[in-house]
Design a protein around this ligand. Structure first.
Ligand SMILES: C[S@@+](CC[C@H](N)C(=O)[O-])C[C@H]1O[C@@H](n2cnc3c(N)ncnc32)[C@H](O)[C@@H]1O
Length: 297
């Protein structure tokens, strides 16, 4: 793992940046890291989400047949593709793209491949190529115009009649410390132009792009030990997400909420304790499905 110390004097940081031990990030825009610790968290998160949706990975009513192709955008470590490959015939071509290749899996089946690309600008030769496009958790990466472009690109690369599935997080609640911390996260997202409540806008953006048969499934993921192993996994995953936002928050000078690395760490410890002690602490999660009309080009 690469460890660097962010110095307030660096020309890349805000003048009031708070010095701290930083993890490895792909860009200033995407607020989560891309290191081995993140790979482990993504795998925990995958198990958590799979369990949350009754062990189903594909909720869209797509029927994949030999010769079809599947695309995953923002694939990260490719864990969803690797798991989905167990349920999909080996004669389906599976491809993952991401702006960062560091987490791509070191080994994968021969019908699977990965390349570096942004979902906001997919290769022009991919028009009408994929029967199914999956994208999970780009909330910490895309600004509103990026969302519109990304959904338009996913529509373009689908075959007529093909399906898209977008998996995104919603709001979370527990108690006053969580509410305070949530305001800090909202502030970070606002400063970066990111859309924390993207789930609210996704159906309209899908419709705008020309998708039909839009539907959503909502689940609540319990946070904290009060909810047994599932709650402990939920808390471990999402506190991991929020701790991983330390560098963008401290690089921005703490955004008026924290003044040192120790203060940030203590706040996150308090949030974690609050989840463990608050029956009903939860985070919402949504899976959207939509179809490219058969008549679309
Ligand atoms: C929270 S991770 C989720 C990874 C994977 N979808 C999963 O659920 O395990 C978000 C991923 O999106 C990638 N990403 C960020 N901006 C992107 C963009 N514009 N196009 C494609 N991928 C992007 C990041 O590099 C990261 O791997």
């Amino acid at each position: 793992m690469t460890i660097t110390v962010t110095a307030p004097s660096s020309k890349f940081t805000h003048p009031s940046a708070i010095q701290h031990v930083a993890r490895t990030y792909t860009s200033d825009q995407y607020v989560l890291p891309s290191d081995e610790e993140e790979r482990k968290r993504l795998h925990l998160q995958h198990r958590l989400l799979r369990h949350t949706f009754e062990d189903r990975l594909i909720l869209a009513p797509v029927e994949l047949v030999d010769g079809d192709a599947v695309l995953e955008c923002g694939t990260g470590s490719g864990i969803w593709l690797l798991d989905a490959a167990q349920q999909i015939t080996a004669n389906v071509d599976m491809h993952g793209i991401d702006i960062e290749s560091r987490l791509f899996p070191r080994s994968h089946p021969s019908n699977m491949s990965f390349s570096k690309a942004s979902v906001t600008s997919l290769p022009s030769e991919w028009t009408s190529t994929f029967a199914f496009v999956h994208q999970r958790l780009l909330v910490a990466a895309l600004q509103k115009p990026d969302w519109e472009r990304a959904i338009g690109e996913m529509h373009r690369v689908l075959t007529p009649g093909g399906w898209v599935q977008l998996d995104e997080v919603g709001s979370w609640k527990a108690g006053p410390t969580t509410a305070f911390h949530q305001t800090l996260v909202q502030q970070l997202f606002r400063a970066k132009g990111l859309v924390l409540d993207c789930a609210t806008y996704i159906p309209a953006m899908l419709e705008q792009a020309g998708f039909v048969n839009i539907s959503v499934q909502e689940r609540s993921i319990p946070l904290g030990k009060w909810a047994g192993n599932h709650g402990a996994d939920g808390a471990a995953n999402f506190i991991g997400v929020f701790r991983a936002m330390k560098t963008p928050i401290l690089k921005a000078g703490g955004l008026g909420f924290v003044q040192s690395e120790a203060e940030f760490d203590t706040l996150l410890d308090k949030v974690e304790r609050e989840w463990d002690q608050t029956k009903g602490a939860e985070i919402k999660f949504y899976i959207f499905s939509a179809q490219k009309a058969s008549s679309s080009l």
